[in-house]
Design a protein around this ligand. Sequence first.
Ligand SMILES: Cc1ncc(COP(=O)(O)O)c(C=O)c1O
Length: 372
Amino acid sequence: MHSPASRRNFLGCAATAALAASLARVSAAEPKTAATTPHGASGTDWPLIDVADEKALLDVLHSGKWGRTSGGARNREFETVFAQRMQAKHCIATSSGTTALLTALGALNIGPGDEVVLPPYTFVATFNAITANFALPVFADTDPASLQVDPTSVAAAITPATRLLLPVHIAGTACDLDGILAVAKERKLPVLEDACQAPLAEWRGRPVGTHGIGGCFSFQASKNLTAGEGGAIVTNDDEFAHRCYNFHTPGGGKPAPSLGRAANFRLTEFQAALLLSQWRRFEAQQTTRADNAAHLTQLLAAIPGIAPARLAAGNTRNGWHLYMFRYEAAKFSGLSRAKFLQALAKEGVAASAGYTALNRTPHVQALAKNPH
Ligand SMILES: Cc1ncc(COP(=O)(O)O)c(C=O)c1O
């Protein structure tokens, strides 16, 4: 076990946060002097870099093979490493989490007239991947205790037009996959996991991403594993993998019948190289995050009015992208959430009000009002 993080180390490196929440980045106890030691780029706490990252990028630069279509091997190497760790037969690296979702939905031939069930408590990209395919997003409710999608509500949202269930492991915590997979089985629907925030999170001892037909990940700048931008799809389904491959790189050549839909959603070799070098420290960082989260949970237990998001029993490992908790104003003399967040900020705690439920955003309401 790591020694408990000091208050300063714990909070000074906090990530962005959800629902008045914050979670420590990796421990700040690492010295920032030696170039061989991970240190924040440009004096920031995140991302961490060392000479191996520099070398990885320079090697690609000098090789002249900057993309997978120019013969670079880094995409393939990263896909192999990531697939193995995710216990997946296939991985397809993409330019972002959004394009991973677009690719997966394209490979599933989701289109006009189709409905896709998703939670409203997610980043807007989950919604956009559906509307960009001219399909209809249908919201299922959020379980207020876990802040994850409620499987009973998913079942209730299904209609004859439903083609896909798209649950999200929000904050890096696995949603109730037992419940969702049971609904999917009964209604004979595929499940695609939006695991953009959840690399290394596990449900009942198995990494998230392959519990349904596949899962999508993001390596955007705020994520625990990052190359600035980037994404990946994992799957154990050969046909789906080939379709995704051919979708994300036109003329991909994998043995799958063409659906007549494709785009260039490839990751560059620079990003793949950076992901490979960042990957070397990722497991250890996740362990530190878990230790920090456990420490924070212990401390918060002493404060009435703070309720950390409940973790379902199947959550055997948390991805800890964010630390979510509920704040009960009545227990803080009616202090408004805005003031509460201000007070936290003054204490150096990076916390935010979290996502706005998508159904309440102008972006989503514009679609609801669109008569066409
Ligand atoms: C739940 C969720 N889905 C999808 C995405 C989209 O990923 P990206 O920003 O890499 O396109 C994100 C990114 O923040 C996310 O958090």
